[in-house]
Design a protein around this ligand. Sequence first.
Ligand SMILES: C[S@@+](CC[C@H](N)C(=O)[O-])C[C@H]1O[C@@H](n2cnc3c(N)ncnc32)[C@H](O)[C@@H]1O
Length: 192
Amino acid sequence: MEKEFWEKRYETHQTGWDLGQASPPLMELMKKITNKDAKILIPGCGSAHEAKALMELGFSNLWLIDISEKAVQQIQSQLPHFPSDHLICADFFEWEEKDFDVILEQTFFCAILPESRTRYAQNMHQKLKSGGILQGVLFDREFVGGPPFGGSAQDYEKIFKPYFDFILWESCPCSIPPRANTELWFQLKRKD
Ligand SMILES: C[S@@+](CC[C@H](N)C(=O)[O-])C[C@H]1O[C@@H](n2cnc3c(N)ncnc32)[C@H](O)[C@@H]1O
């Protein structure tokens, strides 16, 4: 989707995806990451509630990227101490920073066009260091129109299999109530 599309969603406050809090499944998955200096990326970060929660837990090397200037400005005002060189306003697919230990996914995959999904998997693979982890949640349901664009665990498996080993890939037990039984939570390890 175009940058203008997302900018308009923020300007008109049509941000129904925003949980208003750190995502419970993402925070649960982060319990498995014990290295507080791990280089962590949240792509299509939106309001980045998880960044605040992860900073409070002591994670020290967080990176945020969103294509929307409005979203990034909101983060700047809500998290004034977040390092400005780690808060990026750019198209994820055009940005070249890499060597991440962990990348967190929540409603970024479903925000991009389904024909870009292979490119998404390739980019995640390129941005992770050897043994790096892509983890988070994916919608395991269809939607009318989009974004969000839905799909199934079987569809997604084919996209990620060439690039990742599957550590966790199952129905999410701790989704927020409106998303219960419609999310897959996953942890994928970068293949060398
Ligand atoms: C559905 S929202 C999800 C926001 C956040 N992850 C959340 O769960 O609250 C999708 C986000 O991805 C951003 N986005 C869309 N395409 C992008 C791209 N190519 N590069 C970076 N960010 C993008 C949008 O601006 C928007 O903030």
